[in-house]
Every structure is written in C-alpha cells, then in structure tokens.
Write a protein that binds this ligand. Structure first.
Ligand code: CKU
Length: 597
C-alpha cells in the first residue's frame, strides 16, 4: 500500500470534484468486455446511479441477482488549469475493479469496502472530457474477502452463494472524486495522544512527497490556533486540553502545511479528537475512564440504495441510535463509507471497525451452522495463503484509512471464523501481529466469535485484547418455550469463561431474534415483538451477572436484506428498528435500559 488514502478535500492547493450521478452501465455475463475493448466505451449501456448497488433497481431476478463482470462508464472534465497530480478516488467498488482512463488501464483493486485511488496524471487530457471506465466483478470465492462461492444455474447464469448473512450487493457504493494535488504533496498523517494531567501531547507523523518543510497547526473548535510545531514528526503541547469524550465529542482541527519558507506548497486539514484508549483488566478505558459499550451491530443497507452511502440515512441512524442512549456500533461485517466515521467522530460514538473477514466457515447458512458444531476445515485448504495475503492487505488499508478517527477505538479482524484448529490460530496470529505493527495508536484488537468457539476449544481468543461473543441462546439455541433452558445454557457457557479467569473485557457483539413488526402474541411466541422483548430481558439479566462483560451491541440496528432462504423473510428481521428506521417495541426496552447503564 503506497497510495494516499486521505479523505478528499478542497482548498487553495488541492481540490476534489465529485463525480456522483448517472453513469453508464452494462452487464458482461460472458466476460467479453476486455476482448471487445469496452475499456474505451461500453457498446450498449443503460444508465445507473452512483453511488448505489445495481441490484435494487431492476425488475427481473436475472438482473437483481446478477453475478459476474459488470462495467461502468462516465465522462469527467479535467480543467486545463490543473497542475500536479490528478487522481480518481472511489470510496469503494464491490468487490473488485479495474479502472481505465481514456482506454488506458490505470489500476486494479481487490476488496469491495475500501478506497481505490487511480493516478491518471499521465493519461488525463486537460481542457476536455475524459472517459472513465470501471470493470467490476462481484463473484465470491475462498481467496478473497468476504468468503463465499458461485454456483452456475442450469440456464448458465451464475449465482453468488455467500458464506455470510447479507445480500451480496455490488456496484460503485461510495462517492467518486477527481482529486488534484500538487506534484509534491501531503500523503498521510497520523496522531497519537498522551494525557498529562489537564494537558495533552498530540504526537504527529506526516508523510509527504518532495523535500520541503512541514508545519503542523492545531486549532480549537472556534478556529483559534492552540499550538504549532515544525517538522515532519513532532509534538503539539495542548494546555487544558478538551478531550473527545463518549457522546460528548470535542474536535480540534489539525492542519498539515507543506512549504518552502513562506511559500506554501500543500495543506491538508482534518478534524481529530484527543482521547486515549486502554484495556485495564476487565475494563475498557477511554481517557482512563471505564466505558460500558451500548449499541448495535449495523449494516450499510437500505431499500433502493442497497449498500450505497447516503447522508440522509446516516443522519437518521445516528438520531435513532442516540434516542436509544447507545454509545457504540460495530461496522459489521466490513469497513463502512468514511462518512460514517466522520459523523461518529462528531457525535461521540465509539466504533469497532471491522474488516470484511466474514464467511470463514464453509456454509451458506453459517447462522444456522454455528449452533451445530459442524466443522468445515476452512483453514486447512490450499487457498488459505492467497486469502491471508488479501486479508493482510485489507487490514492494512482499513487501518491506514481509519487510524485518525477518535471514534475508532478498536479494530475487529474477523467475524465468526472457525477458530478451533492450530491452522486457524497461526492464520490469525499473522493477522493480529500485522495489525498491531501498523496501528500507530496501538488500539485494542479483537474479533467476533460464534458459539463453536467455546472456552475449551477456541484457539484464537487469546489473540484479542478484549473478547467479542456473538451468541443466540433463545433463538438458534433453545428458542421459544425452551427459553429457560437457553438461559441455563448461556449461564453455563459464561461460567466456563469465568472459570478461565482471563482478566479481559468481554463484549457481546451479537444477540437478537428475528421479529416481524406485524406479530404480537401473549404469551410471547418466536417472531413476535413480545418475544424479542423477553429474549432481550433474559440476555440482559445474564450480562448483568458477570463483571467482566463490558458491553452489549445488539444484532441488528435495523432489518436488512440477505440472500433468499427458508430462514429469511425478505431479509434478516433481527432489527431493533425496521428497515425503514422505525422502532420495534424492543427499541423502547433498549432505550430504558441504556438510560441508566
Ligand atoms: C446473524 C453464527 C451467527 C452468525 N451471525 C452473523 C450475522 O451476520 C448474522 O446476520 C448471526 C444472524 O442473524 O443469524
């Protein structure tokens, strides 16, 4: 990874032009596009909104469920006064893409949830429209994240078979920018914090092109300069620092200036929050104060938009989360659009930032398989080295992109893989070592474990600074009339964890029941709103029995779309909110509990 992933901004030295809108689009089921030079122009395109998933617009199943290559095209005017470097920056293209400018191949990127930066400086023609073409693909396999497979139907069509429980949405999901920077420019920066009584030291490191001076300025929320320092790395001493607190954020502006004496070459501004993160025994400390995590596992998912980022949905989600008194969410099961993190920085939400390492268990119904103890030898296959390489790269890209957000207090490096073999241990040891090496803030690293990762069998929990459990006692295990057994089994497992005396925090990153807002039943019955309430109350009473449990992130914030199947009623209905972001009854239960938790 040697490209700048800095979020695009505009000022006197650099600019970004948003390219969102109606692009051209074409499916390429027989992969003939490359041979037929679609990189120059698409022969028979239709129009397609960007950003959005393509699946949600169509009226036929073939198009909605399309799996294979697909292409996008747009025109982009490059102004004649642009000097320096010119890039295209895609927030994400799912799951992989090759970018062409004026027919010339610029770059390829694997992974559908992190930015693609294509340097088009040598190819872009100034003073006219340039043709941008994207060749994308949404097939799943076991060498790339997230994992899955592809089946071929009798009619020859391919169909994605995810090893995960969310719809395999694909497309240009996040904003696209034409970015212009000076030839010598700021490429990256990172910050770490030390608190000294009422004061704080902000240590910074910068990366830039060319041999120039660097000045870094810190400004308070009113825009007044607080302190400055010269040098590519250094310390900013902040007296009477305003700390970034959970649900009470204070953001400073950091400005990195690249200059020769009084001649400014480049400048990059960002908002940062001064806060520390530390695990101490079974406590999670933010600014040395214990915090209990309350909130949700989420998805980037909405009707029509699919996984396309939309500010209005993000706003509504934050309002709903604040209303429940939540303070945290997990970006299950992939890094979200950067706008989510910027918003969370502002709202004082904590984020467990998760890489797209989901489906590392060979089952298209992993949610059901998890309870059964079925073992699929996932980490004992020849494709694992290729998968490891992609996983390492995506951890690297995620940390590079998200490392400066105060909201991100932890990185989650997997969701529910098989963890009971030494193969799994060695695989994840490499991932954790790498993540720890590259995170400048030395944040706690974790991963989410499903039920087969039992205290006696799991060989990976020791890699984590705090342990995240996804548990469904009372849903997949002993549901409905057996809920009293569910509680007994749940307590039994927690007693076994307790007996290990690990002295680390445990956080529940999933627990929930599918619930149809239409269903009411007295006494409760599975799928009814009353059962969701009862299940949550049972879970809460278990959580409250163990001091080492330091957080509860319910599954899920809202109902979301999945692959079709006999266990999914037009999607997963475990939302505390509906897909339209209206509360189910249980939202009031959460709100009440979290008001005094
Ligand atoms: C959730 C083994 C449990 C898997 N977990 C993952 C998540 O992605 C699913 O949506 C369970 C569920 O609702 O089944």
């Amino acid at each position: 990874m040697n490209q700048s992933l800095l979020f695009p901004i505009s000022n006197d030295y650099r600019s970004c032009i948003n390219l969102d809108g109606l692009w051209k689009f074409q499916f390429d089921p027989n992969s003939i596009g490359t041979k037929e030079n679609w990189n120059n122009h698409l022969p028979k395109p239709i129009s397609m909104p960007v950003p959005a998933s393509f699946a949600t617009f169509f009226t036929t199943k073939e198009e909605r469920d399309y799996c294979g290559d697909f292409w996008y095209e747009t025109e982009c005017f490059v102004p004649s006064n642009m000097t320096g470097k010119i890039y295209l920056r895609f927030g994400s293209v799912t799951h992989r893409a090759t970018i062409f400018c004026n027919g010339v191949e610029i770059t390829s990127h694997e992974g559908g949830f992190l930015p693609i930066v294509a340097d088009i400086t040598s190819v872009a023609i100034k003073g006219q429209k340039n043709t941008i073409v994207v060749k994308a693909n949404n097939e799943l396999n076991e060498k790339t994240l997230p994992c899955g497979t592809v089946m071929t139907l009798k009619n020859g069509n391919k169909l994605a078979k995810p090893y995960f429980d969310f719809f395999n949405y694909a497309g240009i999901h996040r904003s696209v920018y034409l970015v212009n920077t000076p030839e010598d420019a700021i490429e990256d920066y990172s910050v770490t914090y030390t608190l000294k009584g009422k004061d704080a030291v902000v240590h910074y490191d910068t990366v830039s092109r060319g041999n120039h001076d660097i000045t870094v300025i810190l400004k308070d929320q009113e825009g007044n300069e607080v302190c400055r320092n010269e040098g590519a790395s250094g310390d900013l001493y902040v007296t009477n620092a305003h700390l970034w607190k959970v649900r009470n954020a204070y953001l400073y502006t950091i400005e990195v200036i690249l200059h020769d004496g009084s001649t400014v070459i480049d400048s990059y501004e960002d908002r940062i929050g001064i806060r520390t993160v530390r695990i101490d025994g079974t406590k999670i400390l933010i600014n040395e104060e214990p915090v209990y995590l309350k909130g949700f596992g989420k998805h980037e998912d909405f009707d029509i938009l699919g996984r396309g980022f939309n500010w209005a949905i993000a706003k509504r989600d934050f309002e709903c989360m604040k209303w429940t008194n939540a303070n945290c969410f997990r970006t299950s099961h992939y890094p979200y659009a950067e706008e989510w993190y910027r918003f969370a920085d502002e709202e004082g939400f904590l984020i467990i930032d998760e890489v797209a390492a989901v489906g590392m268990m060979r089952s298209t119904h992993n949610f059901a398989a998890a309870g059964t103890g079925q073992y699929t030898y996932f980490f004992e296959t020849p494709t694992v080295p290729a998968l490891l390489k992609n996983h390492l790269t995506q951890v690297e890209e995620m940390i590079q992109r998200d490392k400066n957000h105060p909201s991100v207090f932890s990185f989650s490096l997997f969701n529910e893989p098989e963890t009971t073999s030494t193969y799994a241990h060695d695989y994840f040891k490499a991932i954790f070592d790498h993540a720890r090496n590259i995170d400048p803030q030395n944040r706690p690293m974790t991963g989410a474990f499903e039920k087969n990762s039992a205290p006696e069998k799991c060989l990976c929990y020791m890699l984590c600074n705090f342990i995240c459990l996804n548990r469904y006692y009372g849903w997949y295990i002993s549901g409905g009339p057996e809920i009293s057994d569910a509680e007994w089994k749940f307590r039994d497992e927690m007693n076994r964890w307790q007996a290990k005396d690990l002295n680390v925090p445990f956080v529940f990153t999933e627990f929930g029941t599918d619930t149809l807002p239409s269903e009411h039943s007295l006494p409760s019955i599975m799928w009814s709103q009353e059962y969701q309430d009862e299940y949550m109350e049972m879970n809460f009473s278990v959580f409250d029995s163990y001091d080492f449990i330091q957080g509860e992130l319910a599954w899920n914030f809202a109902d979301f779309q999945t692959s079709e199947g006999i266990m999914r009623v037009n999607g997963n209905k475990k939302g505390v909110f509906t897909r339209q972001r209206q509360p189910k009854d249980v939202a009031f239960v959460m709100k009440k509990r979290w008001a005094d938790k």
